[in-house]
Design a protein around this ligand. Structure first.
Ligand code: ZN
Ligand code: ZN
Ligand code: ZN
Length: 152
């Protein structure tokens, strides 16, 4: 395991302990798979990678359950439009987690997570609510070209 991955996992353990929840060995291994992935993965891909990495088969149902736990604790995020998971890029940060938005590159499939302040998000929500429109998704996912791909 890379040192950086280990650092993130150690930090995740602390975050969970502070929140009074348990990052079990299996949950931790699922998180490891997501951290090590270069792009967002579906639960099925995570199940495959888990089997390869840890030599143990888990049902997709249990993968989903563990992903939900990780998601509730802001350790992973789910891209709602594609139903894929990626690890939070702020696990080792000290600042509070903001409302995440995702910038998705259509060329390399890379995703960056950028936070917006809760107040801005709430205001936006209020605006939309005022129209009577019911939002199916509460997350912003923008498609485009990342910095790296633009340079090429
Ligand atoms: Zn995050
Ligand atoms: Zn951060
Ligand atoms: Zn790109």
């Amino acid at each position: 395991m890379k040192t950086q991955t280990k650092q993130i996992l150690d930090r995740a353990q602390t975050i969970c302990r502070d929140a009074g929840v348990r990052l079990t060995e299996k949950r931790k291994r699922v998180l490891q798979v997501v951290i090590q992935a270069k792009e967002p993965l579906s639960a099925y891909q995570i199940a495959d990678a888990y089997r390869e990495e840890h030599g143990e088969s888990l049902s997709v149902m249990s993968i989903y359950r563990m992903l939900n736990f990780l998601k509730e604790n802001n350790l992973v995020h789910r891209l709602e439009t594609t139903n894929q998971y990626l690890s939070c890029s702020h696990i080792t940060c000290d600042h509070q987690h903001e409302v995440p938005q995702f910038l998705i590159c259509d060329h390399c499939q890379g995703v960056s997570e950028v936070g917006i302040r809760k107040e801005i998000f709430n205001e936006l929500n209020e605006n939309i609510k005022g129209t009577g429109f019911q939002m199916a998704r509460q997350q912003f996912e923008f498609h485009g070209t990342c910095d790296h791909c633009r340079e090429q």
